[in-house]
Design a protein around this ligand. Structure first.
Ligand SMILES: Cc1ncc(COP(=O)(O)O)c(C=O)c1O
Length: 450
């Protein structure tokens, strides 16, 4: 292995027994197998004990990075362990494929995949999938269609990569792009899976509930596509995916939003009932034509219900590993805040406002307040409505600001999980109040895929 996913500077951090340098060492530096001491907890804002635990963690993390300068991204090892094991409990024996887009740190993906119960990666671009295959990953499903001719040329030129990577398709036009790069006689067989639409076509004014991705929705449409793929030489239909975004990606337990929470829970129940029947019919129809290796479903927000569907063979999860703050708002689970970033106070415009350097790391999705970073420590700081989190400067107001001095640090959480990795080159791995290693993000490895 040529890359060095775990870096350690023992002189500075004094904690890692021996410098690690490869993927194998990365997985052992982040040892998630140790039992977690954190019991499953309800949402922190409702539970005093959990809140106390969180406070202890932030204080330890602050001590761990004292002396380091600049923006710091950190992974709390205890929280990472808790999350990895909690997802396994929730999946109740159904294998979990990890969504790499929601992590974007190879050492973390390796460490999670080293745990029994996790198998395979749901990659987000073909260049990424090729890179992971090059680094030894053997079970990679591309979660989204690709039209990247250059990457397709690399795929068809590498029989080993073609064995390891499954493309996602929902339209024969995507097969045309592959054939335009190399016809069936000029390449190894290409593994493909069908992405079937899992959204809910609700009756009445509610209409389409879910994401706009795949055009194939009904069992007839999906079976027709499967027939179309099977009629094309040089492709092997090996899998099916149905990602129920309206269930997995929709919060249903947000503090202060009782009416909306009730509506979302009603929607999820209805959508789930419709999906169970339709997914079963789709899987039966496609299996009658091709022996599928996998039927993938779900995400962090829907593991229990996705895994409970008898036609599903594996579930996907990614965000639940790092625990972006959007995932605080679910009734069924509460991930521990495993990833966070710390920025420095550079000035104090008033006694109860501090201004930190940076902060405007806004998450993708609808441009709502929920996509802003969440200041978490010291507790009680908030962004200002008129200014928000800025490109270079972010004012934070609250009683806690009075005790903060220029040079002190504030911890924030990103709304999503993997996007933080696009902002930093490395994550410091914190155990209690020590940095025990640092691991590069994809960006830190020179890889910006999307
Ligand atoms: C195809 C697909 N599967 C699963 C997921 C769930 O990922 P996560 O667990 O990070 O929410 C997503 C997220 O958007 C997705 O696009």
């Amino acid at each position: 292995m040529s890359n060095e996913p775990v870096r350690s500077d023992p002189a500075k951090r004094g904690a890692l027994a021996s410098p690690a340098s490869g993927v194998g060492e990365a997985a052992s530096a982040i040892d998630l197998a140790a039992p977690t001491s954190m019991p499953p907890t309800p949402a922190p804002h409702r539970d005093a004990a959990a809140r106390r635990d969180a406070a202890t963690a932030w204080e330890g993390m602050t001590r761990a990075i004292a002396g380091l300068d600049g923006p710091i991204a950190a992974l709390n090892l205890a929280a990472l362990r808790y999350n990895a094991h909690d997802l396994l409990l929730r999946a109740a024996g159904t294998p979990i494929r990890i969504a790499s887009k929601s992590i974007r740190i190879r050492a973390v993906a390796d460490a999670v995949l080293a745990l029994p119960g996790y198998a395979g990666i749901l990659a987000f671009t073909l260049p990424e999938a090729l890179w992971l295959a090059e680094h030894g990953r053997t079970d990679i499903v591309l979660g989204y269609p690709t039209v990247n001719r250059r990457a397709l040329a690399a795929l068809v030129a590498d029989p080993r990569a073609a064995e390891r990577i499954t493309l996602m398709v929902d339209d024969l036009a995507q097969l045309d792009v592959v054939d335009a790069v190399a016809g069936p006689g000029a390449r190894p067989p290409i593994r493909v899976a069908i992405d079937a639409d899992a959204s809910w076509r609700a009756p009445g004014p509610l209409g389409h509930v879910g994401v706009r991705r795949s055009p194939v929705h009904t069992p007839e449409e999906v079976v027709a596509l499967a027939r179309g793929i099977l009629a094309r030489p040089g492709f092997a239909l090996v899998g099916l995916m149905m990602y129920e975004a309206q269930i997995a990606g929709q919060t249903d337990d947000v503090a202060g939003a009782a009416a909306e929470n009730a509506l979302m829970r009603w929607m999820k129940r209805r959508s789930l009932a419709e999906l169970g029947d339709r997914r079963g019919a789709i899987v039966d129809g496609v299996r009658a034509l091709a022996p599928l290796e996998f039927v993938n479903a779900g995400g962090t927000g829907s593991i229990e219900t996705s895994a409970a569907d008898p036609s599903v063979t594996e579930v996907t999860a990614g965000s639940g590993i790092l625990g972006g703050h959007l995932f605080d708002g679910y009734a069924a689970f509460t991930p521990a805040p495993a990833a966070a970033f710390s920025l420095q106070v550079v000035r104090k415009p008033t006694a109860d406002i501090v201004t930190i350097l940076g902060g405007g790391w806004i998450a993708s999705g609808p441009p709502a307040a929920s996509r802003q970073p969440l200041p978490v420590w010291p507790a009680g700081l908030r962004t200002l409505g008129r200014e928000g989190a800025g490109e270079v400067q972010t004012p934070l107001q609250g009683e806690a600001a009075r005790a903060l001095r220029v040079g002190d640090r504030v911890w924030l959480r990103h709304a999503k999980s993997g996007e933080l990795s696009e902002r930093v080159n490395e994550f410091h791995l914190i155990d209690g109040d020590r940095v025990v290693a640092s691991v590069p993000s994809y960006r830190g490895e020179g890889k910006a895929f999307l």
